[in-house]
Design a protein around this ligand. Structure first.
Ligand code: NAP
Length: 312
């Protein structure tokens, strides 16, 4: 049994929950009726916290853990982790980068095609017997269209590579140009939105990107433009998005993430040019297993030699 006490914030798969327990001193916080009350009493015992992009680690939680040395998180998003507080206290943080790039990029391209060609709506058309009464309306072509990426990072670059297979010119917007990339950089997000047929969001969530996609960006994308969001719901001004879609001033949207998940604006349910997914970007058996392995590998490396393998 490892001497390091670990607090596990929220459940992942039962397979992971059980593997984490093997040979380790782990407290499953969600089993405590009053989690913060429990930590107020016992928090000083814990040196490592295991969490996920979904459950995160708030500043209030950190306050109850005065001896915490590391946070090992499942997922690559860290917007639910009080990163600045952790940094100030010298608490190391690991996420699970790269192992999920393929699946999230696959899903982004899936949304590009599904939204432009209205595949879910066309599928509903067949299932509801409406094909017997007439043909499905024409939709929009994907190949060769212009793809703008907001956040050309690990996932963004994999989306760009896939888009090349569809002969799509790619440009991107980051806070600064990436010298390792040959894609055209656009410092002005509005200009990228005006240029793009598809604007794909692959930047982090959090305060710095909150409502980066506002009514002006949606207007610039325009009635033929399609917004794809696989980043975080907070990046988009959701009421402005719903208004633009209902008014027809935006051509369509493919969304894997929402501002108040799992709540999704019902006004979008009937729109054929909108595809709604329940935050499943990395959600395949293969990738989730790799993410679990990477959390455990980070944890073990920290216990063995005080170093995380994939620090933030
Ligand atoms: P990454 O490698 O860190 O890339 C993030 C990119 O966003 C960087 O190119 C960064 O460039 C850019 N960026 C950061 N802040 C920005 C800002 N304020 N304005 C414009 N661009 C900004 O991260 P990743 O591994 O590709 O993951 C990206 C995000 O995808 C995650 O943070 C997560 O929220 C989301 N995600 C979603 C799912 C899902 O299931 N839907 C799964 C995994 C990840 P600069 O630093 O130069 O600005």
């Amino acid at each position: 049994m490892s001497a390091v006490r670990i607090v596990h914030v929220g459940p992942l798969t039962e397979r992971f929950n059980q593997r984490l327990l093997q040979g380790r001193d782990v407290v499953q916080l969600w089993q405590q009726a009053d989690a913060l009350g429990y930590l107020a009493e016992h928090g000083a015992q814990f040196e490592v916290l295991v969490t996920s992009a979904r459950f995160g680690c708030s500043a209030a939680l950190l306050e109850c853990l005065p001896n915490l040395r590391a946070i090992c998180s499942f997922g690559v998003g860290y917007d639910a982790i009080a990163v600045e507080v952790a940094r100030q206290r010298g608490i190391a943080i690991s996420t699970t980068p790269d192992v999920l790039n393929d699946c999230v990029a696959d899903l982004a391209m899936g949304l590009v095609i599904d939204t432009a060609r209205q595949l879910p709506a066309a599928d509903r058309f067949v299932r509801e017997g409406r094909w017997l009464a007439g043909h499905y309306p024409l939709t929009r072509k994907v190949s060769g269209k212009r793809l703008g990426i907001v956040g050309l990072g690990r996932i963004g670059k994999d989306i760009a590579r896939r888009a090349e297979g569809f002969a799509m010119p790619v440009r991107y917007h980051n806070r600064r140009a990436d010298p390792s990339s040959d894609y055209g950089y656009e410092a002005d997000l509005l200009a990228l939105a005006r240029w793009a047929d598809f604007l794909v969001l692959a930047c982090p969530g959090g305060a710095a990107t909150h409502h980066l996609i506002d009514a002006a960006v949606l207007e610039a994308l325009g009635p033929q433009g399609i917004l794809i969001n696989i980043s975080r719901g907070s990046v988009v001004d959701q009421p402005a998005l719903v208004a633009a879609l209902l008014a027809g001033t935006l051509g369509g949207a493919g969304l894997d993430v929402f501002e108040a998940e799992p709540r999704v604006p019902e006004a979008l349910f009937s729109l054929p040019n909108v595809v709604l997914l329940p935050h499943v970007g990395s959600g395949t058996e293969e990738t989730r297993l790799q993410m679990e392995e990477l959390v455990l590998a980070n944890l073990q490396a920290f216990i063995d030699n005080g170093e995380l393998l994939t620090p933030l």
